[in-house]
Design a protein around this ligand. Structure first.
Ligand code: KIV
Length: 270
């Protein structure tokens, strides 16, 4: 197992992230899966990078997150931490790497922190995972919880876009996660008012995705918000249209090669 370089002191820590809520500072979180993107995002004033198991779809081209393995998450998280100087790095624990038992979760979360240099893990679930969150908290592994639409439960929900509307259950999940020691919680695809109520009742920051503006922060899948993936549900605002920009650049590249315009003398060694 190779040693991971320690982070510079100006990097954002878990306590800094938690403190943002008390100080009324909104948190900006994006997904990152490799060093190229981690460096680009880290240099662009984002508070946290989530190595999401959404990489199963975004990077690996699969239909769900279910096949993603722990070793794959570690492989990608290493690339992200290597290129990140400032942002807090949080790593998703993939399907069935924490649900079996708290013991399994500790051993796998331990591998993630030890081998990647990331600061925290994320697991999906509230009440149902409270014992596991508490076990991780006891061994001082910071945990971000994730309630509402949980992509690892897609077989139960039937689809990824199912909005969760049971306010009592959602609040119970969020409170159970906080009481168990989670330092933050993702609220995914929850009606705005329910997310606002949860945010008001918790002292830890809520990070919304499709859960309205009252959350303490927001997370989006980076290729979606940059208009790169072509995936455009209601909750995704496209802040750029990189798909068009990239495809136009590649068309120009190919056409200049074919016409003999590229390379010219300025691109040639003499
Ligand atoms: O896997 C992921 O990228 C996520 C975010 C969308 C919250 O869980």
């Amino acid at each position: 197992m190779s040693a991971t370089p320690s982070k510079p002191s100006r990097s954002i820590t878990v306590p800094d992230f938690v403190k943002a809520k008390a100080e009324g500072r909104k948190l900006s979180v994006l997904t990152a899966y490799d060093a190229l993107w981690a460096k680009l995002l880290d240099e662009s004033d984002v508070d946290a990078l989530l190595v999401g198991d959404s990489l199963g779809m975004v990077v690996q081209g699969k239909e769900t997150t279910l096949p993603v393995t722990l070793n794959e998450m570690i492989y990608h998280a290493k690339m992200v931490t290597r290129a990140t100087q400032r942002a807090l790095v949080i790593v998703d624990m993939p399907f069935m790497t924490y649900q079996v038992s708290p013991r399994q979760a500790i051993s796998n979360a331990g591998r993630i922190l030890k081998e990647t240099g990331a600061s925290a893990v994320k697991i999906e679930g509230g009440e149902a995972q409270a014992e596991t969150i508490a076990a991780l908290h006891r061994v001082e592994i910071p945990v971000m919880a994730h309630v509402g639409m949980r992509p690892q439960s897609v077989r139960k929900f039937g689809r990824h876009s199912a909005v969760q509307r049971d306010a009592d259950q959602l609040l119970a999940d969020a409170k159970a996660a906080e009481q168990a020691g989670a330092f933050s919680i993702v609220l995914e695809l929850i009606p705005r008012q329910i997310a606002a109520d949860i945010t008001k009742q918790l002292t830890i920051p809520t990070i919304g995705i499709g859960a309205g503006p009252e959350c303490d922060g927001q997370v989006l899948v980076t290729p979606d918000m940059l208009g790169l993936s072509g995936f455009r549900p209601k909750f995704v605002k496209q802040f750029a249209q990189l798909r068009d920009t990239i495809q136009q650049a590649v068309r120009t590249y190919s056409s200049e090669i074919r016409s003999g315009t590229f390379p010219d003398d300025s691109h040639s060694h003499h």
